[in-house]
Design a protein around this ligand. Structure first.
Ligand SMILES: *[C@@H]1O[C@H](CO)[C@@H](O)[C@H](O)[C@H]1NC(C)=O
Ligand SMILES: *[C@@H]1O[C@H](CO)[C@@H](O)[C@H](O)[C@H]1NC(C)=O
Ligand SMILES: *[C@@H]1O[C@H](CO)[C@@H](O)[C@H](O)[C@H]1NC(C)=O
Length: 191
C-alpha cells in the first residue's frame, strides 16, 4: 500500500515537473532572464563558511538582549513569546580573540509552546576581502535544545545575490546569563 502510494506520488510529481516548464513561458509573469544581460553567470558555486559568533548577556555590555520577556500565561519552560535582538562579533575561529571577519545582526523569538525553539532572522555581515559588505540572510526554525541543528539560508546581498543554502549550527560555549559562542557552518550556493 505504502509502495503503491509512493509510486503514485512519484508519477504525480514527475507529471507536475514536466508540465510546468512550458507553462512558465506563457504565464506572463515568469521567464528565464538573460543572465549575461544582468551581469550574472550560471549559478554553480557552493561555498562553505565556518564562522563563530559571540554573545554577551551581561547587563553592562550585552550584545544579545531580550526585548520582550516570555509571556507568563504560557508554558514558561519554552519561553514562548520571548523576543530579542542581537549584534554580535563574527570570528573565523572559536575564541573571542580570533580574527573578526564581520558581525551578525538579528532578531530571535521563542515560537514554540512545546519545546524551547527559536525563530531566527539573522544577517551575517562580512567585512573581509572580496566579501566585505556582502550579507547572508538566515531565516528559520532553530531547535536550540538540539546539539546540532539546521537552519535555512534564504538569500543575501552583494556576493550572495540569489543565495540559497543551509547552515549547521552548534553551540560551542554556553555560560547561562553570561556569554555563549555559536558555530555556524554555512553552505551557500551563489553566483
Ligand atoms: C562584559 O562585562 C563582563 C563584566 O562586566 C566582563 O567580564 C566581560 O569580559 C565583558 N564581555 C565583553 C565581551 O566585553
Ligand atoms: C511545556 O514544555 C515542556 C518541556 O518543554 C513539555 O514537556 C510540556 O509538555 C509543555 N506543557 C504544555 C502544557 O504544553
Ligand atoms: C571594508 O569596506 C569598508 C567600507 O568600504 C572599509 O572602510 C573597510 O576598511 C573594509 N574592510 C576591509 C577589511 O577591507
Amino acid at each position: 500500500m505504502a509502495t503503491r502510494f509512493l509510486i503514485l506520488s512519484l508519477l504525480i510529481s514527475c507529471h507536475v515537473v514536466t508540465s510546468t516548464r512550458p507553462q512558465d513561458q506563457d504565464t506572463g509573469f515568469v521567464g528565464s532572464p538573460d543572465l549575461k544581460k544582468l551581469g550574472l553567470k550560471k549559478k554553480d558555486k557552493v561555498s562553505h563558511f565556518r564562522l563563530f559568533f559571540h554573545e554577551s548577556f551581561t547587563a553592562n555590555n550585552a550584545t544579545t538582549v531580550t526585548v520582550v520577556p516570555p509571556l507568563a500565561k504560557y508554558n514558561s519552560t519554552t519561553s514562548f513569546g520571548m523576543m530579542g535582538v542581537m549584534d554580535n562579533a563574527l570570528t573565523a575561529g572559536p575564541e573571542r580573540s580570533s580574527k573578526v571577519v564581520g558581525k551578525v545582526e538579528g532578531l530571535i523569538a521563542a515560537t514554540s509552546q512545546s519545546e524551547f525553539n527559536l525563530l531566527v532572522v539573522l544577517s551575517f555581515v562580512l567585512t573581509e576581502g572580496k566579501y566585505n559588505g556582502s550579507t547572508i540572510t538566515v531565516l528559520g526554525r532553530n531547535r536550540i535544545m538540539q546539539s546540532l541543528r539546521e537552519v535555512p539560508v534564504i538569500g543575501g546581498t552583494g556576493m550572495f545575490r540569489f543565495a540559497t543554502g543551509y547552515a549547521e549550527v552548534n553551540t560551542v560555549l554556553l555560560e547561562p546569563q553570561v556569554r555563549s559562542t555559536v558555530e555556524y557552518n554555512i553552505y551557500v550556493s551563489h553566483y
